[in-house]
Ligand binder design. Sequence first.
Ligand SMILES: *[C@@H]1O[C@H](CO)[C@@H](O)[C@H](O)[C@H]1NC(C)=O
Ligand SMILES: *[C@@H]1O[C@H](CO)[C@@H](O)[C@H](O)[C@H]1NC(C)=O
Ligand SMILES: *[C@@H]1O[C@H](CO)[C@@H](O)[C@H](O)[C@H]1NC(C)=O
Length: 460
Amino acid sequence: MADGRLKILTHGCSSYKKPTAFLWNAGYRWSRSGMALSLVGFLLLLQLCFVASGTNAVSGDSQLRVSLSQVEEENSQVHFHRTKRFLQAAKRRQRQPGPATLVDEFLDENSPLRRVFFPEAATAINPVNGDNYYRPGNIWLDTDVNPIQAHGGGVLYDEISSTYYWYGEYRDVPQGSTTGRIDVIGVGCYSSKDLWTWKNEGIVLPADMENKTHDLHISNVLERPRVIYNEITGKYVMWMHIDTGNYSKASVGIAIGDSPTGPFQYLRSLRPHGRDSRDMTVFKDDDGVAYLIYSSQSNSELHIGPLTDDYLDVQPDMQRILVGLRREAPTVFKYQGIYYMITSACTGWAPNEALAHAAESMMGPWETIGDPCIGGTNTFRLAAFLSQSTFVIPLPGSPGSYVFMADRWNPAQLNDSRYVWLPLTVGDPAGPFEFDFGFPSWPRVSIYWHQKWRLPLGRR
Ligand SMILES: *[C@@H]1O[C@H](CO)[C@@H](O)[C@H](O)[C@H]1NC(C)=O
Ligand SMILES: *[C@@H]1O[C@H](CO)[C@@H](O)[C@H](O)[C@H]1NC(C)=O
Ligand SMILES: *[C@@H]1O[C@H](CO)[C@@H](O)[C@H](O)[C@H]1NC(C)=O
């Protein structure tokens, strides 16, 4: 059935040229069916979701399909329904309510497309019984068959145990919580040998339920935890964004542990270089020097600076980069001596366009290459597949290939935010399928939309 649809729907996507040969030339095998599906883009995703969830007897369903087929056409004027909520929001922003966009629809809790953006439990990825395919946006279960809680996460590959550890915000709100949306619950940790089957290692840095003046008090904010291993001290060091509920503290927190699964001991928070710091990440270079990258000056620019040898503080050295661009959600990786960064714009929980940046040195200068997203429709791509960057995992043995990790935030229920993992490649700029971003000197960074895909089999 999917194939039949494929033929029909591919027709509507003719303006989109996927660099298939380039992907194959890179010498690894993303799944053939995943790749074929990626050609089709958003409409097929949506249609398949309906088919998969056995949609029946839902009134207005055919109407949905009509509006979704409009989504698929590049540059089309999409007329989503303008709900009361949408009109009120436009009024609050003192803006003429223009046509509702894909993002407006996405942010509308009452949207009839809700289960398309956030598919139901029936389609959850279950690695224990599943088919080994990542399906971005679906609920992802751990080996205990519970939804993975590791949002805004990062992955550490621990050489000592040859194991991947995924750290992220544990967002499942406990009974009796009052603040609901932003509570610190703690840092969740999951382990895996294959980046696919994840075992829950528990909350390795829990919130403080009682002490109101503690950074980790449940009323505060803990986001984007990152763990790196320090060869000199033999310690695992965690950095994270620490904030108050109103985001005025704008600090980084530091914790330390003897093993990847902790427990981590919280040391303190600080304002790096005396500046405000919100979204952040850390990057450990080949030479063992680690860097903190953070959004500063009220998110108008990013700052980069090296950490001390023990990774427990920043050094005084700092560079301001992407000044005035208002980027957040940074993640850094390195390929063939060049540093790459993916960032998002600052629009709260709403998705927006991703950008890739490159530099010959961590301390800059950094240049913007362009939007790395490929596939799906224009609107879908310009919303980074309705997700926000959080991390890029290198695949050892496959030079130039990575897994791009992103969050599809669910602002109405953050614990039900989804993971969007997609293949990312860094390629030669001279390929026949190259897009021209006007910065030909940098290799192209590409994140390919796939409705489903898997890593090469040898990896598991
Ligand atoms: C509460 O946290 C603050 C800040 O970390 C600390 O100084 C204080 O000792 C803590 N109080 C208790 C009772 O643990
Ligand atoms: C933000 O919240 C903190 C306590 O959580 C409070 O001390 C501070 O005054 C608040 N700042 C603003 C600007 O509301
Ligand atoms: C999120 O929390 C709600 C209520 O607190 C709960 O009913 C729901 O099952 C949770 N969802 C996930 C995916 O954990």
